[in-house]
Design a protein around this ligand. Sequence first.
Ligand code: ZN
Length: 387
Amino acid sequence: MKTQLRTDITIADICKGFQYNELEGKGLFGLDGKLTIQPEYQRNYIYADGKRDVAVIDSIIKGYPLGIIYFNQTGADTYEVLDGQQRITSIGRFLTKKFAIKDCNGMEQYFGSLSKDLQEKIMQTPLLIYICEGEESEIKEWFKTINIAGVPLKEQELLNAIYSGPFVTLAKAEFSNSQNSNVQKWSAYVAGSVIRQDFLHTALDWVSKGCIDNYMSQHRQDNNINELKAYFTSVIDWISTTFKSVEKEMCGLEWGRLYETYHTHAYSSEEVDKTVKKLYGDPYVKNRKGIYEYVLGGCQEHKLIEVRVFDEATKKSVYAKQTKAAEAAGQSNCPLCAIGNNNNKTRIWKLSEMDADHVTAWSKGGATDISNCEMLCSTHNRAKGNK
Ligand SMILES: [Zn+2]
């Protein structure tokens, strides 16, 4: 890969013909149309937070270095931004009056309201630009290793870079577009940020059953995302018809896996809703995120919802009481050993050799308190199992 350092390109040059697409949330072109600011393997613009974008402008005004910017030469006189897209978009947006900065008196100032001197100073600031030339694979490999202004690339942003092509472009337009009206509905079940590619990541994860790399490589040159979209929609529709109400614990669950495992089972959404509500109201359910898989699996795997266990004080107190009575009667302090026929019939177990058990099982309405606690030796407790 060849690189050439340029120090003669100013902000005025870069921002000539700057276009920002509000709908897609990205800077498009600069350098009078010769510079593509966001090639398809780049992340969307994430500096529009009133902090990072403002910091870029502050740095310029104060004469602080803005860091090195890298362009990839794509033709005789055409370039795309390899690293620096967030900074350039911030500058372009400031020049086109998309946001204001605060002056030393705390007053909001748009570019147009700055003094002519200051406007001129900003426009004439040169940027430090390396122009790189190399094979596409070389450029992308290198792009993987650079860290953009302290915001590391997410895994999906990297994958988008590696497998850039028509498929990624279409997939991003659907799943990385914060203006997509479906995003709000999806947010109930999918966690993360649309523009940081978390939704696209989830959609790919579901359709590929976790083999995202493979899937992206296979579909890289596809001119449609039909399968990706259809699968994602099936999962979302399945969740919203199976579970009538939306709870915050539903967000970010492994819905792809749950769909694969359970979507062929028939559920009554009335019954499911009743059970879910009951579990939400049950003070012994510690892990509400586990409720959904628990219900889908027919309420068998209690481990999923982490039913509250007896605390140490309760165990000690029950142990002391049971042991005292057992010693007086000359029997084992494990009630099941005591009615058995082997050597353990009279054995007094240590506290550490016993476990607490629900006399009436939790799943049958038994409480997790001292009145429903009995200590069993570890063997009997295990044999009694998860009832
Ligand atoms: Zn026992």
